[in-house]
Design a protein around this ligand. Sequence first.
Ligand code: F58
Length: 837
Amino acid sequence: MRKNKLEISDEMKKARLKLSINHYIKYFLGKRTCELTKEEAFYAIALAVREFAMDELYNSMARYNSRKSTKRIYYLSIEYLIGRSLENNLHNLGLYNVLKDIKLDGFPDFSLEEIFDTEYDPALGNGGLGRLAACYLDSMASLGIPGFGYGINYQFGLFKQKFENGWQVEQADGWSADSSPWELARADRQVSIPLYGHVETYKDASGKDTFVWTNTHTLYGVPYDFPIVGYNGKAVNYLRLFSAKTDDEFDIDIFNNGGYIEAVEDKIKTESISKVLYPSDAIEAGKALRLSQQYFFVSCAIQDILRRFLEKNNDFDKLPQEVCIQLNDTHPALAIVEMMRLLMDVYGQEWNDAWDIVTKVFAYTNHTLLPEALETWPAKYFARMLPRHLQIIYEINRRFMEFARSKFGENKEKLDKVSIVMGEGDAQIIRMANLSIVGSFSVNGVARIHSDLIKTSLVPEFYELWPEKFSNVTNGITPRRWLLHANTYLASIISDKIGKDWITHLELLEKIADFADDAEFVHKFSKIKKINKDILRQEIFKRSNVAINTKSMFVVQAKRIHEYKRQLMAILQVIGDYLAIIRDHARPICPKTYIFAGKAAPSYTFAKLVIKLINNVASVVNNDSRVGDALKVVFIPDYKVSVAEILIPAADISLQISTAGFEASGTGNMKFALNGALTVGTYDGANIEIREAVGEDNFFLFGLRDEEIKKIRPTYTPRKIYEESEYVKRILNAVNSNMFCEKESPTLFKPIFDELLNRDYFFVLADLEAFNEAMKKAEKSYLNQEEWTKKAIYNVAKMGYFSSDRAVLEYAKNIWHVEVVKDKVPVTDFEEEAKSA
Ligand code: F58
């Protein structure tokens, strides 16, 4: 029996941490303490902190293994945006104050913040999908759920965004796991991945067909583990990212990456050995590379999962009791096929048995309603790279279509919609969403409206077949990173009032609503917003050289640049304000600073033109003396987690203005509200649930609803709006004039003008005036600062539901059926060691 020891004291932790830091300075960096750079100080501290994380990781694994149910959750995601780890890990391991107390002889005069700032913020993802994965890993560890992330260790993450003359320019982001102090290479867990070759069919002794995938080329996947430290050290799980290695030049070529458009082609030609997140699919080679990446990833993951399972089991009967695999969108959907292949071809299972197991193991989360964003792959890619998988997909589809026919009869339209394989010959494609639905026992959307739309609009035929598979889990965000860590001042006044339990039970935040009338609390709350705005002001000045006024209302839109998210509508509204100032001498109701951040996909020309428009408007507005402080526009380059941590706590207004029916959920909307920003938003995604939670008076709703848009779309004529609305016309004419491109081509923004007038697929013109009215309402409200702060406090108070702990518990209870550890059992293997130090 394990002794139930007391937690080790801070003094002991301090002694151990100090000893370790000194050790790494001396023996790892080979430096004298007084010579350390900030980067080296970071490295030594991080390595020392990692020791604590590793101890807890071993303890967690021992604890999981000793439980009655040893079910593990494997979260498969092509993206992870974990952000910087040191500060987070210090907080979560209870080492933050311990470290602050440590004095090292000769240690240079750096502040902890300066040291934290040197940590690389890995861009192994591009948006909400990747950040959600990181929040869920945090929550699983904080709740004591044995949940592990699996992904790819990209050598180049998402590009670094720079602006040149207002244009987005992409630069390779040289993330290298090799230089991260957190990573641990696990060469012993390397797996081999076959690719290419062909399939030979034999009859075995009983006359049964046996398939042998032969003449393949081999890649190797080497796992790198990153500790995921739960709050309070409740559990430490890991994120396992695989790097591709090869000893075969040909295979290197397969895994060559691209960068961004030209770089893709160049790198593929020059056969450099690396891989990137989202090689451009503007060219065939980039597309095929993406498929091979996805396959590489899932094969590594499934082999690793089966190996662990087989360490304790002799057959596969118990697999669904011990393993649940959550597919984060369709990118890892091939895992279903890979598990079928391994179970049948390597472990000799019959089709029916294998399929029975597989369909009890996989669960699929959908993150998009955009039909064009649902992944499909040409069957010919499979034929060349994954011939055995193509056979299995055909067979899955053949059997599934038999079932579908038994339900739908010969209704061709319905059958066509559900088929995994579509088209004929060279044009044949494989639909990954259909494969995911057919191969999973659970399909969920990520906000209430989104989950409803999945059933009614996206895949109603599947819903008809299997209504019981479909459910909703509204997304959530981790309170640790997005309040405790990103907004330490706000977190501390909240804790002063209601204690610290909100950190793990966010619903307790509700209690601060009682203080919305407490003058002292209101005062402190608004003071903190000002401090956060000032921090952002300094940062903006440093990065963009624009001086902004912290007394102005900070209106923030930070997210991927996409037409459906309608950054374009926001900048058109800014232009409207600008024209009112210079032509009508009408100042906005209150001074405003619009702050944009986000990256456009490298091949997304229209989105890049919107960035250019925002930057050009910024340069005109910010330099027009008639405007002064009334209006400023800033585009912060290279948006990532560490930028979000500064930006979000400083926002007064959060713009969540997607075309209704297009944003699956959004999670930025939750982060902003949790930090006391009020939302100006459409009836879309999680906005709807946020508005219900915070109250209609504390949320500025506007715009057409999804059902209205669907009704209008067939006859929608944006030109009519242009012709009938003076407000709209003047703004669009300004876009089409040389006002924002004086020294450039006068037709620079004509594509935007033309799109809006002739098509306007995302209903920008239809919502523009309503958006402007909502903004005016918000501005008026902002004039009464006391009332405003109350509204902001209500927003914070009512955000409890949007914790990723709640979301993960819903997955655990309703989908994963996994046990949650209630209490942390302190296991302090290093106690004796620390004492003697
Ligand atoms: C996002 N998806 C949704 N996808 O847009 C957002 O509404 C939701 O809150 C979030 O997932 C989490 O559920 C998303 O970020 C991508 O980035 C795609 C990845 C593959 C390439 C195309 C973009």
